[in-house]
Design a protein around this ligand. Structure first.
Ligand SMILES: [Mn+2]
Length: 219
């Protein structure tokens, strides 16, 4: 290549930054051990939706897959809990650990879109999720799940799971049932809507640059 061609090539090259200077992956690993459970959660918010979930609670694993897949989060959750009692401690502690990992991955929340919302259908079920990485925990929850159990999973635990996530992520979360009849559909649509809303909220807003998305300057 002669010098003139080389100069033209440099001038014509679009100003796409090399991959190495793109925002670093926002990843976190949290390991939490109590007398009741031992939970490890690792995630990458800038992932492609891969998931490894082994909590000992099959339906909860199925829901964690929804968060990863529809949130485009790479997620690995491993839990060993006192399932011989019931699923309560493990379900709650998975929620706590996931919440802590989300909080860690967004750090001081600079540059994120902060708000997210989505309405997900699953056949007859239609569930709306609105969330805000506000720094303040609040859960508003109106799912009316007709069956006490989905598989072995006690449907009371859905609220407990989201409550744990909210408290430890420090987010505001509204989950509203617009329609629904089948218990599996209602819960799965809620997790799908949560995943998409989460994806929207943690997305980097390029116009925000690295500033914190609050008029107070702190979240
Ligand atoms: Mn399903």
């Amino acid at each position: 290549m002669n010098d003139q061609l080389r100069i033209m090539e440099i001038i014509d090259r679009p100003s796409v930054p090399p991959a190495s200077s793109v925002q670093p992956a926002r990843a976190a690993l949290v390991k939490r051990t109590t007398l009741e459970t031992d939970v490890t959660a690792s995630l990458n918010l800038d992932g492609v939706g891969t998931c490894k979930a082994s909590t000992g609670i099959p339906f909860l694993d199925h829901m964690l897959h929804q968060i990863a897949s529809h949130g485009l989060i790479d997620l690995d959750v491993q839990a060993i809990g006192d399932l011989e009692i019931d699923d309560h401690h493990t379900n709650e502690d998975v929620g706590i650990t996931l919440g802590q990992a989300l909080a860690k991955a967004v750090g001081d929340r600079s540059g994120i879109s902060r708000f997210g919302h989505f309405i997900a259908p699953l056949d007859e079920a239609l569930i709306e999720v609105v969330l805000d990485f506000s720094g303040r925990p609040h859960l508003s929850y109106s799912l009316e799940i007709p069956n006490q159990r989905i598989g072995t999973y006690d449907t009371e635990l859905v609220r407990e799971f989201f409550s744990a996530v909210v408290n430890h992520t420090q987010m505001t979360l509204h989950i509203r049932q617009l329609q629904g009849g089948n218990s599996h559909h209602i819960v799965e649509a809620a997790f799908k809507a949560f995943a998409r809303a989460l994806r929207m909220a943690v997305e980097i807003d390029p116009r925000r640059a690295s500033r914190i998305p609050s008029s107070k300057g702190v979240l």
